[in-house]
Write a protein that binds this ligand. Structure first.
Ligand code: DAT
Ligand code: MG
Length: 151
């Protein structure tokens, strides 16, 4: 009799994403709440590190936003305090964490999501939305290489 199960290590649906608890989340003491939700969903924490971001790191991380009018305020905000960088693994975790995080604008994010439950936005506060999550598996791999070069 042959086994039908696929070892998790060879399962292509197992992927990794980068989660950041942004400076507003850290200031408000919400790192544990974010990690709790990730773990409760069933994902695995692979690496966790407290990071003080540099302009160089943020320019690579937010390459798609360089030159936009909110870019410099975003960099200033992301350098306003420590960030908790988290490498998270699981089946379809990239889209799964985006779903846990909710929409970018905390005012509009659905209740039940991290942003919907914990973030509000008005004026320039829209960027204070607690968390970052990679938006595609390729972004996850690219961003994890920036924040966790040894991983
Ligand atoms: P997300 O973080 O949901 O992936 P994004 O990649 O479009 O959103 O933008 C990155 C961050 O930049 C976002 O979390 C908050 C900030 N941001 C996005 N659009 C903005 C805007 N129009 N004004 C101010 N900040 C903005
Ligand atoms: Mg994004």
């Amino acid at each position: 009799m042959t086994t039908q199960t696929t070892p998790e290590t060879t399962d292509p649906t197992v992927e990794r994403t980068l989660v950041l608890v942004k400076p507003d989340g850290m200031r408000r003491g919400l790192a544990g709440e974010v990690l709790r939700r990730i773990e409760a969903k069933g994902y695995t924490l692979v690496a966790v590190e407290l990071v003080h971001a540099t302009p160089e790191l943020l320019a690579q991380h937010y390459a798609e936003h360089v030159g936009k009018d909110f870019y410099q305020p975003l960099v200033d905000f992301m350098m306003s305090g420590p960030i908790l960088a988290v490498a998270v693994e699981g089946q379809r975790v990239v889209e799964g964490f985006r779903s846990l995080a909710g929409a970018t604008d905390g005012t509009l994010a659905a209740p039940g999501t991290i942003r919907g439950d914990l973030a509000r936005s008005w004026g320039s506060k829209v960027m204070q939305n607690i968390v970052h999550g990679s938006d595609a598996p390729e972004s996850g791999a690219r961003e994890l290489a920036l924040w966790f070069p040894a991983l």
